[in-house]
Design a protein around this ligand. Structure first.
Ligand code: BES
Ligand code: MN
Ligand code: MN
Length: 462
C-alpha cells in the first residue's frame, strides 16, 4: 500500500489530464445528435482500460449505445469484483447558465472544494467517479498488487434508464459472473465524513398531454367558454398532493415499507444541518411530506415531481392565446417495496380520472426502475467500510440515497449478487445541473480508497 501511494502521488497530474480529455467528449446519451460522440467515448474508455492493463476488452453493441467490457482474471480461487459505471452524461441544458462551457473542463476553487474542483458535465456523474476505478486498477496492476479478479462493465445509457443493459446482463450471465458489484456513482456526506450508500430509490417517469380545442384559439373570443388545457393541467397536477404534501393517488402508499421508529431515529443521527442546507440552496424553508425530516424525505419516502411543463406562448412579449395543448413530464421516486409498473398504472388511471370532459388526456410512460437496499452485514459491505476507514481515518456511516440507479435491482435478480455503492461525490456537486463539478480531493481520495477495497475484500474472503 505504501508503494501504491507513492505511485499514485507521482501520477496525479497525468490522471487529471486524462480525465479532462474524457470530459471533453460530449457523451449525451439522451440526444441522438451526440450519437457519434457517445461511441467515441466508449472507444476512449476501451483504450484507457487497455493502457491500464485490462484484457478481453470489447465494445459490446446493444440496440442503443454500446457497453464497454474488460477484465483481468488472475486466479480462479480469488473473489471477483465487477466494476460498474457509466460513461454517458446528462444533457448540459440550460447551457446559458453555465459559467464555463460544459465540455471544456476548468478547475476552480469553491467553499466546499478548497483544493479545487473540475467543472464539466459528467465530472462527478459519472466520468470522474468511473475513471477512478480505471486508475486504481492501473496502479494495482503496476505494483503486482491486484488481490481479486476484476471485471469492468461501463455503459452508455444509465442517464436514459439503462434500457438495454438488462438484456445484456441476461444474455451474458457467465461473462458477468462475480461475487460483488462495486459502483462509484453516489456521494459521501462530506469530505470529512465518509458514508456508504445503502439504498437507492426507484423511479416511474411519465409524460402527460392534455388537449382542449382542436386548435389554438383567440383567448378573448373563446376564453371563458372553452377549457384551457394549461389551466386544467395545472389543477390536475396541484391535486396530486394534499395539504400535508402527501401524494393523493389512490393506492400509492400501499406497498411502502414501514420503517420502525428505532430505524428512523438511527437514520436521523447522521450529521445534517438544516440551516446549512437552506443556506446553500438560498431557500427560507424546506418543503415536503408532513411528519418526516429532510433526511427521511430524501431517502425513505416516495415523491412526485414535475420535471418540465410547457404549452401555449412562451416567446417574447405577450400573445393572447387559448392553447390547444399542454404537456408535463412527471416523475415519482419510489421506495421499497413499491413496484414501478404498478405505480405507473395507478398514476395513469388516476390522472385520466381527474380530467374533466372538456379535455382529453394522454399518459405515456417513459423509463422506470426498482428501488434497492444493500445489506451492511456482509464481507462485501465490510470491505468498503474498512477501505474508507483506512483512507479517511473515520468510520463511514451507512446512509440511504435519494437518487436511482435502476440496474442495481437487476444485478441482484439476474446475477444474484449484491452491490456496494461506494461513491465519492458531494450532494452539492450539481450533478444534472449547470456547473456540475467534482472535487480534486474527492477524485484522488477515490483512487486511493479503491485499492483498499480490493485488499480488504480479498482478506475477508480468505
Ligand atoms: N449517479 C446518479 C444516481 C445517484 C446520484 C444516486 C446521487 C445517489 C446519489 C445516476 O446517474 C442518476 O442520475 N440516475 C438517474 C436515473 C434515471 C435516469 C433512470 C436519476 O436518479 O435520476
Ligand atoms: Mn450516475
Ligand atoms: Mn445521473
Amino acid at each position: 500500500m505504501e508503494q501504491l501511494k507513492t505511485y499514485l502521488d507521482s501520477n496525479k497530474e497525468r490522471q487529471l489530464e486524462e480525465l479532462l480529455e474524457l470530459l471533453r467528449i460530449p457523451s449525451v446519451s439522451a440526444d441522438p445528435a451526440y450519437k457519434e460522440d457517445v461511441r467515441k467515448t466508449a472507444e476512449w474508455v476501451k483504450h484507457s482500460l487497455e493502457q491500464a492493463g485490462a484484457e478481453n476488452i470489447e465494445i459490446c453493441e446493444t440496440a442503443g449505445h454500446p457497453i464497454v467490457y474488460a477484465d483481468k482474471l488472475i486466479d480462479d480461487n480469488l473473489p471477483t469484483v465487477l466494476v460498474y459505471g457509466h460513461y454517458d452524461v446528462q444533457p448540459p441544458d440550460p447551457v446559458e447558465l453555465w459559467d464555463s462551457p460544459p465540455f471544456e473542463p476548468v478547475i476552480k476553487k469553491t467553499r466546499l472544494h478548497p483544493d479545487g474542483a473540475i467543472f464539466a458535465r459528467g465530472a462527478c456523474d459519472d466520468k470522474g467517479q468511473m475513471f477512478m476505478h480505471i486508475k486504481a486498477f492501473e496502479a494495482m496492476l503496476a505494483h503486482d498488487a491486484l488481490p481479486c479478479n476484476v471485471k469492468f462493465m461501463i455503459e452508455g445509457e444509465e442517464e436514459i434508464g439503462s434500457e438495454n443493459l438488462g438484456t445484456f446482463c441476461r444474455a451474458n450471465k457467465e461473462k458477468l459472473d462475480c461475487d460483488v458489484v462495486l459502483i462509484a456513482d453516489t456521494s459521501v456526506i462530506a469530505n470529512d465524513q465518509p458514508s456508504i450508500t445503502v439504498g437507492l430509490r426507484g423511479l416511474s417517469y411519465l409524460e402527460v398531454e392534455v388537449t382542449g380545442p382542436n386548435r389554438d384559439l383567440h383567448s378573448g373570443v373563446y376564453g371563458g367558454a372553452v377549457a384551457n388545457p394549461i389551466n386544467i393541467l395545472s389543477q390536475m397536477i396541484a391535486s396530486l398532493q394534499d395539504e400535508n404534501n402527501a401524494i393523493t393517488i389512490p393506492g400509492f402508499y400501499d406497498d411502502v415499507e414501514v420503517i420502525t421508529e428505532a430505524e428512523r431515529a438511527e437514520m436521523n443521527k447522521a450529521p445534517f444541518s438544516l440551516d446549512a442546507y437552506k443556506k446553500e440552496l438560498k431557500i427560507d424553508d424546506v418543503h415536503g411530506e408532513k411528519g418526516y425530516t429532510t433526511l427521511e424525505r430524501t431517502s425513505i419516502r416516495p415523491t412526485l415531481d414535475v420535471n418540465g411543463i410547457w404549452g401555449g406562448y412562451i416567446g417574447e412579449g405577450a400573445k393572447t392565446v387559448l392553447p390547444s395543448k399542454a404537456f408535463a413530464k412527471i416523475s415519482m421516486r419510489l421506495v421499497p417495496n413499491q413496484d414501478p409498473d404498478t405505480i405507473t398504472e395507478l398514476f395513469t388511471k388516476h390522472f385520466e380520472s381527474l380530467a374533466p370532459d372538456s379535455v382529453k388526456v394522454k399518459v405515456t410512460p417513459h423509463h422506470g426502475g426498482e428501488p434497492a437496499v444493500t445489506p451492511t452485514d456482509t464481507p462485501e459491505y465490510q470491505a468498503a467500510h474498512l477501505a474508507m476507514k483506512s483512507t479517511y481515518g473515520k468510520d463511514p456511516i451507512p446512509q440511504r440515497g435519494g437518487g436511482s440507479i435502476p440496474i442495481v435491482a437487476l444485478f441482484e435478480k439476474v446475477l444474484g449478487v449484491k452491490t456496494v455503492l461506494m461513491g465519492f461525490g458531494l450532494d452539492t456537486d450539481d450533478i444534472h445541473s449547470p456547473n456540475e463539478h467534482y472535487g480534486l480531493f474527492n477524485f484522488y481520495k477515490g483512487i486511493e480508497t479503491i485499492p483498499y477495497y480490493f485488499h480488504h475484500y480479498a482478506e475477508l474472503k480468505k
